[in-house]
Design a binder for this molecule. Structure first.
Ligand SMILES: C[S@@+](CC[C@H](N)C(=O)[O-])C[C@H]1O[C@@H](n2cnc3c(N)ncnc32)[C@H](O)[C@@H]1O
Ligand code: SF4
Ligand code: SF4
Length: 333
């Protein structure tokens, strides 16, 4: 995984530290549309939605000025469905390498031209969902042909050498045995890989949790192998402590201590603040502090361990140490 250049790293650390102390979010996820090109088995999005109240590109700077995150996720729904996505990304940039911008997408609508345009607009990392290393991906996502599209496009774009493409594999009971096969796929395509964990909170369906001792044993066996495959290119993006916490989450079907609303938050397509993508209490931008007082201070929800949590549940020194070692180009000590 590409390291962030030194001056940008220092700005990210500086802003992150100020936000941590001031109680502002480190990561903001902009869900730029609720519509999607897929119908995934594990998700509550899928198909067309009312898009008439979506924020316009010109609305985003107001959110950036108020929230000042050092990391932004641009997500959805499927963000590539927005024809004005490049303009949105451009309007999120602060002009000094900040924020570190991650586009989270299924890539069904990605092309080489759009990839280059989005990079130029400010995307630092492309997070591409991949649930299976073959056409079972199409079935899980309700999108025929998606895997062959990725198989054609991802290696062509990694070959450009920017080292900014990360496959994002959400572990479920259906693909737990494929954890290393997904890593093989990432290697074969020249991409990085990040694991995340299924939560039943979106759909209420508990079938995709790891419900048997066999499935938990498979997870542990697969993760033991993954740990041996790390190298100094950081192509397995999750920190070892994150994979450890993911094991615990599946073991307990819970991960307590969530800081949703405080350390990270979601801006919905129509511009409301939500503590996370699976808590639907909405607040106005001006009411962020009230959201922290009403929601975060009393939050007992422990129903997910999605990536955004896995970055931010840690203590600040640990977060800084891991990110400095893995993403930012300054010496850890
Ligand atoms: C909600 S999607 C939005 C972006 C884009 N449509 C995509 O699929 O990458 C973001 C990520 O959430 C993951 N996801 C969806 N449903 C989930 C669930 N129930 N638990 C955990 N992650 C989930 C997806 O696999 C995807 O990697
Ligand atoms: S996971 Fe992403 S691609 Fe799948 S339905 Fe949800 S938003 Fe769409
Ligand atoms: S654990 Fe936190 S991030 Fe996950 S669904 Fe609950 S409140 Fe949201």
């Amino acid at each position: 995984m590409r390291k962030v250049p030194l001056t940008e790293s220092l700005r990210i650390i500086g802003r992150g530290t100020r936000n941590w102390v001031a109680g502002r979010p480190i990561v903001v996820s902009f869900e730029v549309t609720d519509a999607c090109t897929c119908f995934c088995k594990h998700c509550d999005h899928g198909g067309a939605r009312d898009e008439s109240r979506n924020l316009k590109p010109a609305d985003y700077p107001r959110y950036m000025e108020a929230l000042r995150p050092c990391v932004v996720q641009v997500s959805g729904g499927e963000p590539l469905m927005r024809p004005d996505l490049t303009e949105i990304v451009r309007n999120i940039q602060c002009g000094n390498g900040l924020p570190y911008t991650i586009l989270v997408s299924n890539w069904s609508l990605m092309t080489a031209e759009r990839y280059l345009e989005l990079r130029a607009a400010g995307v630092d990392q492309f997070s591409v969902s991949l649930d299976f290393p073959d056409a079972r991906h199409d079935e899980f996502r309700g999108h025929p042909g998606l895997f062959s599209h990725l198989q054609d496009l991802v290696p062509r774009l990694t070959a450009l050498g920017h080292d900014d493409i990360v496959l994002n594999s959400c572990i479920t009971s259906e693909n737990v045995g494929e954890i290393n096969a997904l890593a093989d796929q990432a290697r074969a395509w020249g991409a990085n890989l990040c694991y995340s964990a299924y939560s039943a909170r979106r759909t209420g369906c508990r079938d995709y949790l790891l419900n048997s001792t066999d499935q938990l044993a498979t997870l542990n066996r697969e993760f033991d192998r993954v740990e041996k495959r790390r190298d100094d290119t950081n192509w397995i993006v999750n920190a070892p402590s994150t994979l450890e916490a993911t094991r615990q989450y599946f073991e307990l079907s819970a991960a307590p201590g969530c800081k949703a609303g405080l350390r990270f938050l979601v801006v919905t397509a129509d511009g409301a603040l939500q503590p996370c993508s699976m808590q639907f209490g909405k607040y106005k931008l001006e009411d962020r502090t009230r959201m922290v007082e009403e929601f975060t201070a009393h939050n007992t929800c422990d129903e997910c361990y999605v990536s955004i949590r896995s970055y931010l549940d840690k203590s600040f020194p640990k977060l800084l140490r891991e990110n400095v070692q893995e993403f930012l180009s300054v010496k850890a000590r």
